[in-house]
Design a binder for this molecule. Structure first.
Ligand SMILES: Nc1nc2c(ncn2[C@@H]2O[C@H](COP(=O)(O)OP(=O)(O)OP(=O)(O)O)[C@@H](O)[C@H]2O)c(=O)[nH]1
Ligand SMILES: [Mg+2]
Length: 281
């Protein structure tokens, strides 16, 4: 499935980020726990340059804990500084601030020696809908940024000052011009980083069914009490029947079933699912 979505605000956001990156010391790079690898955008490499990066695997409440930990381990082995958290659950968010201080330790120390009281500035980047603005709100314990259950909510940069003098700049989620792989595009569409209207929902749902057959063989049969088959279209038809998505005349409404299935996945009604595993390439 070829996925292309690069609205005007994203192009503008990239240009803006190239300017404001000059004013920050480090980055907080937010990844979605259900697809941590697909959330890494090679187009950010140039932007980041040599600045220290804290990778935050967010939405851990939606993915299997052990699988997320395996990703965190892999990234750490590759030399990345990683934290796995949920911005909306529990009290994880403050850990981000201490980790941010840590990745900036050299700079803080240099300034201390010079007698300068320096306030850190960091840019929060990541694919659309990964929870960047939600994380910032959790850190400032307020509703300073607008958040929403769809990609493209943040349209422009916004600086937020936290207690202790740290300033964060929220940025609009940006996709790559060309996805690094078809699989990454598909995974980003599953997790809601691509606007649903630009994706063929039925095709996407069929891809999800095929993935589940392979990796979570009982997820669909448990949720919808289905006979297990190996045929994705027949399975979507079964889901339509079970959910009552049948048109007058008895024809099943596959589009409605597709949208319902994707919604079920996103809301963990199929269980906690990870779309890519750390020990495979
Ligand atoms: N379950 C769960 N949901 C989360 C978490 N963090 C954020 N969300 C939800 O994810 C959705 C997107 O959050 P935002 O903070 O708007 O995402 P964003 O990265 O700023 O998105 P853009 O501005 O569109 O790039 C919202 O519905 C949040 O409530 C989390 O840790 N767990
Ligand atoms: Mg946002």
């Amino acid at each position: 499935m070829l996925i292309q979505w690069f609205p005007g605000h994203m192009a503008k956001a990239k240009r803006q980020m190239e300017e404001s990156i000059k004013r920050v010391d480090s980055l907080i790079y937010v990844l979605d726990a259900r697809a941590p690898f697909s959330c890494i955008n090679p187009e950010f490499d140039n932007l980041i340059g040599q600045r220290p990066v804290l990778y935050v695997i967010n939405k851990c409440d939606l993915a299997p804990k052990a699988e997320v930990e395996a990703w965190a381990e892999r990234f750490r082995r590759e030399g990345m500084r990683v934290l796995a958290i949920s911005s909306t659950v529990g009290k994880d968010a403050p850990k981000v601030l201490s980790a941010l201080q840590e990745i900036n330790r050299d700079k803080i120390e240099r300034n201390r020696q010079k007698g300068v009281n320096y306030a850190l500035k960091a840019m929060v980047i990541g694919m659309p809908n990964t929870g960047k603005s939600t994380l910032i709100n959790a850190l400032c314990r307020g509703k300073k940024t607008v958040t929403g259950d769809r990609p493209g909510v943040t349209k422009g940069e916004q600086w937020v000052r936290l207690d202790g003098g740290i300033s964060l700049v929220d940025t609009p989620g940006t996709l790559s011009h060309s996805m690094k792989s078809e699989r990454a595009g598909r995974n980003l569409a599953f997790i809601g980083s691509v606007r649903d209207a630009v994706v063929d929902t039925t095709e996407l749902a069929l891809e999800l069914i095929k993935f589940l057959f392979e990796s979570y063989p009982s997820a669909l049969s448990e949720r919808y009490a289905l006979e297990r088959t190996g045929d994705a279209v027949a399975t979507l038809g079964e889901i339509a029947k079970k959910r009552g998505f049948v048109r007058k005349g008895g024809e099943v409404d596959l589009d409605k079933a597709a949208a319902a299935l994707i919604d079920d996945f996103r809301k963990t009604r199929l269980g906690r699912i990870i779309l890519e595993k750390a020990n495979e390439d």
